[in-house]
Each structure stands twice: as C-alpha cells, then as structure tokens.
Design a protein around this ligand. Structure first.
Ligand code: GLA
Length: 382
C-alpha cells in the first residue's frame, strides 16, 4: 500500500505532471516555492501571513503566527483530499481561544509543576497558565508569537524556515533562546520538522508541534474509531494536575497498551483512575527506543474508513497522546462545524513533562555552546 501511493505521487511529481485524483482537483506537485498571502493583523497591527506549500501529494497552509499548520490536506485511498488537521479560518479565533491548534510549542512543551524549577542552584518561577502549573511554555508561548518565515524549494524538497528569538526572562525562562524550526515537505509528501535552538544562559527546552489529527477530515466527528499503535511499554502516570508522578508504569494489561494497533475508543471508557483524571488519554508514553540519533518509527494512526494513515518517526524519548478531551463544542473550525470531545487527537513528540523537576527523566537542560536539535517526520499513506 505504502509503496504504491508513494511511487504514483512521487512519479507524478518527478515528471512534473498533475497528480489527478478521483473526486479531487488536479494539482501539480513538487518543486514550487511556497507562496504567501496576508492572513490577518494582530491587535498591534502586526501582519500575519499564510504560506501555502505542496509536495509529493501533501498540501499545507502555515501561518507566521505560532508556525500554525492551518490545514494539511492528504488524499484517501481513492485520491480524495481532505484537510486532516483542526483549525480556524481566521486569525482572531487563533488569538482568542485556540487550544494550541496546529501550533509550534515552546519554550517548554507540556507541563511544569507549579511553574517552578531549579537550575544550577537557582530557582525560577515561570508563567503559570494551567491551574497552578505551566502548560506549553506559559501564557504567551511560542504558539502565540510571530515567527520570521523564509520559504525554500531545493532539489525535490520545499518548505519554510522559521525563526523566533525568545528573550532572556520571557515567561520567566532564563537565557535568550534562538529557535529555528524548519517544515519540509519531501518529494514523497512527508512532513518533516527539524527543530534547533541555542541559548546564552543555561535554560530548559522542549519543542513540539500540536496538530489535532482527524484523518477522516476535520469536523467529521469522532476519532474513536481511528486505530493507533505506539511503540512504548511504559507511560508516565500523572497526578490530578496532569503532572507526572515520576513513575514509569507498565502499559501491559491496561487501557494504555497501544503496542498493537487498536481503536482509540476501545478502552477509553475503562474504569482506570488515570483515564478518569485526564478525561481520556492525555499522557506521555515512554518510547521503547529511547533517545535516538535519528528519527525512528514510533507510532501509526489509521482511519479505516478513508484508509488515510499517518506514521510518525522521531528521535525524541516521549510521545504525548492527547485524545481531544477538552474540546467541548464551543469552537467552530475551518469547515464551519463545532469541535466536540474526541473530534481529534494529538501526538506530540517530546521530552517527558515536568522533566526540569524530575531528576530521573532525560534532561531538558540546554547550555550555552550546545545546540538543541530534534527531528520528527510525519509520513502519509492511504
Ligand atoms: C496538551 C495537553 C492537554 C491539553 C492540550 C490543549 O496536549 O497535554 O492536557 O492542555 O494540550 O488543550
């Protein structure tokens, strides 16, 4: 299956012909530089642009605000395109009330207990925005910043290089952090994210991407029938504030066992205290492969109805699987439909939550002279 779609689309791209799809429109793929249009203006007048890029049968729209993936279109097994990423059709909704939809997350993805940590003997208090804890960087994380975006088309790849400088003390974090994130669409239609960062003072870093996936199409209903597998024998249970207790619990014999693909909804109503606290899955899986020098395959998500399949490879040690528990019908998405609980799920490659306070977890400290580098690849198929 995988080979056939890849061969067909990549072949069409290479030959410069339109990859025509039953029920879809003909679109040439490959090689073209991303194009930019004005998307909106922030309250202070800052212009936000939207970039459109396409390669290998994958189409994406990305905002300079938060590096947000506003839409990501891939074909189903009959070649029909659908936007499989939740989002909004206007900037105001992203600014007012987006639960990180499609956004880049930093400086520290996921939670930090009470927004406090000690580094080299010094205590830091960072912005608290999730009850008494910090979530996804604080009140104004990287998802709410305007990034400098440079398009490229090189060889068979097209993409965007995005820069953001987070000054010393921003949201309470020490050190000026220079972040560079590259989105690449490969000739096979893979979406690769390369993250890089440097600092001038010791700090903590954990960058990730917060796409809400629904492979049947955004706004099409629940993802409970999507089949998911995660190559992890353990996960990090949490307290009521979703802060890891420090334990690496076995998934075996529990609802958390996704080592073999199963529908997301199969065990989501199990009377497991962790599922009750989190209102579903909202946990970090400890990837069996650990930290690797190259991205390795760690998770597969498949929508049986359309055949659309997402495979994720990363060099990171953890994966936050969030089953869209807090979507409550109050947000209206790109296609005009409201988003309810379980209408999408997130698969966030990352270091473990609260690592700055958990000495037994892999370190998230970045020091001057070091370069933070990590890569996650999303491959699509039908
Ligand atoms: C992350 C968290 C969730 C939730 C969402 C945004 O995935 O783990 O608890 O906060 O972001 O709503």
């Amino acid at each position: 299956m995988e080979l056939s779609r890849r061969t067909v689309i990549a072949g069409a791209a290479a030959a410069g012909i339109a990859a025509t799809a039953a029920g879809g429109t003909a679109h040439a793929t490959g090689g073209r530089k991303p194009v930019k249009e004005l998307f909106g203006k922030l309250a202070d007048g800052t212009k936000v642009y939207r970039w459109s890029l396409e390669n290998g049968g994958t189409r994406m729209k990305v905002l300079s605000y938060g590096g947000i993936v506003q839409s990501l279109e891939i074909p189903d097994r009959r070649g029909r395109y659908e936007n499989v990423s939740l989002g909004f059709d206007n900037l105001d909704d992203y600014v007012a009330s987006s639960p990180y939809m499609g956004a880049l997350i930093g400086r520290y993805g996921n939670r930090i207990d009470k927004g406090r940590f000690t580094l080299d003997g010094k205590q830091y208090q960072i912005s608290v925005n999730d009850g008494e804890n910090t979530l996804h960087g604080g009140a104004q994380g990287f998802d709410k910043r305007v990034w400098d975006v440079e398009p490229f088309a090189e060889g068979s790849e097209v993409g965007l290089v995005m820069h953001y400088t987070s000054v010393d003390g921003e949201m309470g974090y020490p050190g000026t952090l220079k972040a560079k994130v590259t989105y690449t669409l490969t000739r096979e239609g893979d979406w690769r994210i390369d993250y890089e960062a440097t600092t001038d003072k010791a700090t903590v870093v954990n960058l990730t991407s917060h796409v809400y996936w629904n492979l049947a199409g955004e706004g099409s209903g629940t993802i409970e029938d999507h089949e998911l597998s995660i190559a992890a024998s353990r996960y990090t249970p949490t307290d009521e504030g979703l802060i890891p207790t420090g334990e690496l619990a076995k998934v075996a014999g529990t609802a958390f066992d996704f080592r073999r693909a199963k529908p997301v909804g199969r065990d989501i109503r199990a009377a497991h205290p962790q599922l009750i606290t989190a209102k579903g899955f909202d946990h970090n899986w400890v990837l069996d492969k650990g930290i690797t020098s190259r991205p390795e395959h760690i998770a597969t998500l498949r929508d049986p109805s359309s055949g659309r399949t997402l495979r994720i490879a990363t060099d990171q040690p953890g994966l936050q699987f969030y089953s869209g528990n807090f979507l409550d019908g109050t947000l209206t998405g790109t296609g005009g439909r409201t988003y309810r609980q379980g209408d999408a799920l997130c698969l966030e490659t990352q270091h473990f939550p609260d690592s700055p306070n958990q000495p037994s977890f892999p370190s998230t400290v970045l020091r001057p002279g070091q370069t933070y580098r990590t890569t996650t690849v999303h491959s699509f198929d039908a």
